[in-house]
Design a protein around this ligand. Structure first.
Ligand SMILES: [Zn+2]
Ligand SMILES: [Zn+2]
Length: 174
């Protein structure tokens, strides 16, 4: 969905949309929507550009960092963004001391892409580290078995030399 600034009566307006997961998936290689994403907000022209603020609610699916199982997380995020045109951005850069001070996005001066806002805000809301549960045991690096649900002998096969010595001791006792 795009918001055409020309159509904003009085330089401001409200918007609301429900995205089906298919419309935006995959959000990126790690994250996808697991439920419809509801976005609503306000747009208003400012002196130099456009301010957009609003709220997003959805559910996302992310892989567990250890076992790669999909984990579902709720996302509920507020956002407040400012947009200026590329030309205005260049001239404000000349005034600002450095780029980091500028918390604005650049747009074409005609419309705001709400799809992009939703994707960006969802990614910002997803934690960098995701585990299916705090004590996820992960997968065995040798055989790939999920150690939460199964066991393997990969670790056991590497016999600790101290145990090997003990075994020899037992044998000589007999
Ligand atoms: Zn896991
Ligand atoms: Zn194994």
């Amino acid at each position: 969905m795009r918001i055409e600034l020309e159509k904003l009566g009085g330089g401001r307006g409200d918007f609301a949309h429900v995205y089906q997961p298919d419309e935006l998936n995959p959000v990126d290689e790690r994250v996808s929507l697991a439920a419809p994403a509801e976005v609503r907000g306000r747009v208003r022209r400012t002196g130099v550009g456009v301010a957009v603020d609003g709220h997003i609610d959805t559910q996302v699916k992310v892989e567990c960092d250890r076992c790669l199982k999909p984990v579902q997380l709720p996302v509920s995020a507020d956002f407040a963004l400012e947009y200026i045109t590329g030309a205005d951005y260049e001239s404000s850069l000349a005034v600002a001391l450095n780029e980091e001070e500028m918390s604005v996005s650049v747009f074409d001066g005609e419309s705001i892409d709400v799809d992009e806002i939703v994707k960006e805000q969802v990614l910002l809301a997803v934690p960098a580290r995701t585990l299916c549960r705090e004590d996820c045991k992960g997968i065995c690096p040798e055989c790939g078995i999920d150690l939460n649900t199964g066991r393997c002998n990969c670790a056991a096969e590497e016999v600790d030399p101290r145990w090997a010595a003990l075994k020899d001791l037992k044998n000589t006792d007999r």
